[in-house]
Ligand binder design. Structure first.
Ligand code: PLP
Length: 326
């Protein structure tokens, strides 16, 4: 079992600080979790208090006022909100279609593989050919399906809250860097700003990582099956699934119908977030507004038996909505 050390201080030895001295700098559970993440993605792992904290550290720690980030269109909406907030500090952000080449003249390229909730995959080769460093948010792929550093990326970002920890009980973010010196800079920025990952979520991450491979393969198998079946339902207008991973989205006729489906489920939890062992579904327009179709439902497939998931979905989708009787 991984060990959990909640100390905020460690005694000096012979009057000198040892490897660990104050939790904001580093702690044993976090260092062990970073070592595992580094192995999984083939780089140097740095943990943060959340995925958003990790993204803020990359932007603020590695860029300068006046720099521009090219952000994948349709990426996790919170990432765009974060960069909007950082505009006050002189960081600019332009959106681009990540299935093609990033625009010229930017200082950082930010991809999402696959994007949440549109599930597009980036052109990694085109991005790697761009002179700017490349970040790939691989939250929905996990290293089980994609190791972006092997495709020319400089940084992999994970909301480790999702598949990596996997049980909806730990908020964490991770950046895995190709270069040791970038990891050292991010660690320094983390200590100075205090956006640290606490020992308890790091312990839960280490425990979750033990089953990552088994969970993600099972979730992929079920999600693929559900995506295929959803395509055959008349109430489903479009299904988005990249062919791997446990995340998919599909459209029903509109906002009212989406609300009806959300509230007709019994096994699948109507909640936000994704990547846990329990299946979760929600309408994204409540958060993202016009950026998504009003009937878009995002489904994160968990570990329940696929036939039980299908029964729940099919029942919710086939009950005609009140508007159809009007
Ligand atoms: N990146 C992606 C793809 C996400 O889905 C999320 C959260 O949903 C984040 C980043 C932000 O992570 P966190 O909620 O851990 O801050």
């Amino acid at each position: 079992m991984p060990s959990l050390d909640r100390s905020t201080l460690w005694p000096y030895r012979g009057g000198e600080p040892g490897e660990f001295y104050y939790q904001r700098y580093a702690h044993p559970t976090g260092v062990e979790a970073e070592r595992r993440l580094g192995e999984l993605d083939g780089g140097y792992g740095v943990l943060f208090a959340s995925g958003t904290g990790a993204a803020a550290a990359v932007a603020l720690g590695l860029l300068a006022p006046g720099d521009t980030i090219a952000l994948a269109e349709g990426a996790y909406f919170g990432t765009g909100v974060l960069f909007g907030e950082l505009a006050r500090w002189g960081l600019r952000c332009v959106e681009f279609d990540q299935t093609g080449a990033p625009p010229d003249g930017v200082h950082l390229v930010w991809l999402e593989a696959p994007s949440n909730p549109f599930l597009t995959m980036p052109d990694l080769e085109a991005a790697a050919a761009h002179p700017a460093p490349v970040v790939v948010d691989a939250t929905a792929s996990t290293p089980v399906h994609l190791r972006p550093l092997e495709h020319g990326a400089d940084f992999v970002l994970h909301s480790a809250t999702k598949y990596l920890a996997g049980h909806d009980d730990a908020l964490l973010g991770a950046v895995v860097c190709k270069r040791d010196e970038d990891a050292a800079r991010l660690q320094e920025f983390r200590t100075r700003t205090g956006i640290v990952a606490a020992p308890d979520p790091c312990f839960l991450l280490l425990r979750g990582l033990k089953t990552l491979d088994v969970r993600v393969h099972r979730q992929t198998k079920s999600a693929r099956e559900l995506a295929d079946r959803l395509k055959q339902l008349p109430a489903v207008l479009e299904v988005r699934y990249p062919g791997f991973g446990g995340l998919l989205s599909f459209d029903v006729a509109g906002a009212d119908e989406a609300r009806r489906v959300e509230t007709s489920l019994s096994l699948i939890t109507n909640a936000t977030s994704l990547g846990g062992v329990d299946s979760v579904l929600e309408s994204r327009s409540r958060w993202e507004g016009d950026r998504v179709p009003p009937g878009l439902l995002r489904l994160s497939v968990g570990l329940e038996p696929v036939e039980d998931l299908w029964d729940d979905l099919a029942r919710a989708l086939e009950i005609p909505g009140p508007s159809l009787h009007a």
